[in-house]
Design a protein around this ligand. Sequence first.
Ligand SMILES: NC(=O)c1ccc[n+]([C@@H]2O[C@H](COP(=O)([O-])OP(=O)(O)OC[C@H]3O[C@@H](n4cnc5c(N)ncnc54)[C@H](OP(=O)(O)O)[C@@H]3O)[C@@H](O)[C@H]2O)c1
Length: 286
Amino acid sequence: MRQRVLVTGASGQLAGAISAVFSRDADVTPLDRAALDITDDRAVNDAVAAHRPDVVVNCAACNDVDGAESDPLRALDVNAFAVRGLARASAAAGATLVHYSSDFVFDGTASRPYTEDDRPNPQGVYAASKLLGEWFAAEAGRALVLRVESLFGAPDGWAGRKGSLGTLIAGIDAGREVPVFIDRTVTPSYILDVAEATRALVASGTASGLYHCVNTGACSWHDIALEIARLLGKPADLRPITLESVTLPARRPRYCALDNARLRAAGISMPAWQDALARYLASGLA
Ligand SMILES: NC(=O)c1ccc[n+]([C@@H]2O[C@H](COP(=O)([O-])OP(=O)(O)OC[C@H]3O[C@@H](n4cnc5c(N)ncnc54)[C@H](OP(=O)(O)O)[C@@H]3O)[C@@H](O)[C@H]2O)c1
């Protein structure tokens, strides 16, 4: 029998890929913020009761990292307390809850990719709200929490460039000078690969757990920019910047590459970030 999947935050970047991938063999109900505000516990209970999902995939989030420093309650409401409401509603309905967290839960002082066993140490309000969300998600009977980072991709193809990486692509493509961090190490995550891994993990029947879910490898934003320029066949006009050279309300972790140790152990492998970037750019050039 086809499973029923409820997707929250349905107009977001990752949600589009989740809906597309799960729709292959499940009945997906995508609900954007207007259809379901996840901070409204009663509305969440009503939506879960009405749709009787087997799986709730929570793609809703407040990702305004800097804004959260001056408006902590907004980030806490969406990224933490609302997750508790979704978890409780999922538990009552016997549904699996899939929830996404962030590399920002780490302080960035590591010198090798973080595994799920490394201790979080959030450095800002957004980061703390995402860690609380991980903990609240556990109230679901079966909760799969996936940490992603530096998401890229757009459900509507290359034209819908979003996020930091999307901005980088647009700048290099247009021949503009683009500022890039040379001292921030990340592992980018292609939304289609994250969606495929999510679907595989849900289908695996594995119990509740926390998983890192990023493409494979570690790179600076400067490395990513050079790879984009190479793939586009365009010269890169890059202005290297460092974390010390910019003043931002929220601290960014310097090193936050992630290791998908538990995903690998579950038999799910993620392609290298260069491979993912090449596929994404090829999808726009076709
Ligand atoms: N993007 C990244 O690089 C990144 C990095 C690490 C972790 N993550 C995590 O990955 C997940 C997916 O991120 P994303 O980049 O796809 O996010 P996104 O594009 O910012 O989408 C988030 C969606 O949530 C919706 N939303 C906000 N508040 C809501 C509420 N109260 N009720 C219902 N919907 C609400 C937003 O609606 P509006 O458009 O109306 O605001 C938006 O459509 C999130 O958990 C995020 O924290 C993302």
